[in-house]
Design a protein around this ligand. Structure first.
Ligand code: FPP
Ligand code: MG
Length: 312
């Protein structure tokens, strides 16, 4: 690729020129979506890079979350074991992360395992635990996705419920990325939002009992500062896959302000650029409208105040 083109289209490499590189985990999110199926495949890398380039010209969300649903349905429709659906789900997570990190979206939160998921078939739970045991450390290794982009991983929730060796892997993954400062991947596992809120309330009460906080000083901000996600900014976008329009006890507190909720049909392993694009564009439109409104208000204030009197 000519150097000038490479500079203008970061991450672009034509399919015929790309060599898979496990070390750098340079995985690409497919464009997907049936309405884009007519576009020849060799143009996809070019279009994806063009899109990244265009989106980077506008305001970008700082925090995006995903309910990664539909792994089992994706596997079952192809007569594959459920375990394969979850493994493909993990690969999809790497592709989505790679796309968001290219956009400089620094905080991503994903629902990897609900506390309720412990009630599933033990074989399935074991397969998910095996994946957590090996693959969390894998994405944190030198040269792999999180290190490449300077992102920390944090495993949020009732970690004490995980098998001990999985707890060790979580701690190791966190330790490997602890010095990264450009953003955070919050992996919620095992998590429910009501448990998170109850824990935040307990932590707040503990501060009152210890005398470092007065009951009268408890506000929404005090509770928010005690949530597992306290190190991340307010949630801008929440996306759920697989055609289900429920929050399923995920980020209930965090979704209560100005979060754009976006429910999409594809199962998580099949998610593509076209599925993520609409909420990103809605976010940009909202920010632009807000900026124009602020500019108009400032002009109005200037016109009706000191500015006009100086003109007169
Ligand atoms: C929901 O699909 C998905 C999960 C319960 C697991 C999601 C996990 C990953 C994508 C990988 C990361 C996980 C770990 C533990 C490191 P589902 O099983 O509810 O599928 P269905 O809706 O089709 O039944
Ligand atoms: Mg499900």
């Amino acid at each position: 690729m000519p150097p000038s083109l490479a500079a203008w289209l970061p991450g672009w490499a034509p399919t015929w020129a790309s060599t898979p590189d496990a070390a750098t985990s340079d995985v690409h999110l497919p464009l997907s979506s049936s309405f884009l199926a007519w576009i020849p495949r060799f143009l996809h890398p070019f279009l994806r890079s063009l899109l990244v380039r265009s989106l980077r010209l506008g305001p970008r969300p700082r925090h995006v979350a995903f309910i990664m649903d539909g792994n089992r349905r994706s596997a079952r429709t192809r007569n594959l074991p459920v375990r394969v659906g979850h493994e493909e789900g993990f690969d999809a997570l790497k592709r989505v992360l790679s796309f968001l990190l290219k956009l400089d979206i620094p905080h991503v939160t994903v629902y990897a395992f609900s506390i309720e998921n412990f009630n599933r078939d033990p074989t399935e739970v074991d397969a998910l635990m095996a994946m957590a045991r090996t693959r969390l450390v894998e994405i944190c290794q030198h040269g792999a996705l999180l290190q490449q982009y300077g992102i920390q991983i944090r495993v949020l929730g009732r970690r004490d419920l995980l098998p001990l060796d999985v707890q060790d892997s979580c701690a190791k993954a966190e330790e490997m990325t602890a010095s990264n400062t450009r953003g955070i991947l919050n992996l919620c596992c095992p998590y429910t939002s009501q448990e998170e809120i109850a824990t935040a309330v307990k932590r707040t009460v503990d501060s009152c009992v210890a005398g470092s906080l007065s009951i009268d000083d408890i506000t929404e901000d005090t509770i928010a500062a005690n949530l597992y996600t306290a190190a991340s900014p307010p949630l801008d976008i929440l996306i759920r896959t697989s055609g289900v329009s429920r929050l399923s006890d995920f980020l209930l507190w965090q979704s209560s302000e100005r979060t754009i909720l976006h429910f999409i049909e594809p199962n998580w392993p099949d998610i593509g650029v076209a599925d993520i694009l609409p909420p990103l564009l809605s976010y940009q439109a909202e920010v632009w409208v807000e900026r124009v409104a602020q500019a108009v208000a400032r002009c109005g204030a200037w016109w009706s105040g000191s500015g006009r009197s100086k003109v007169e």
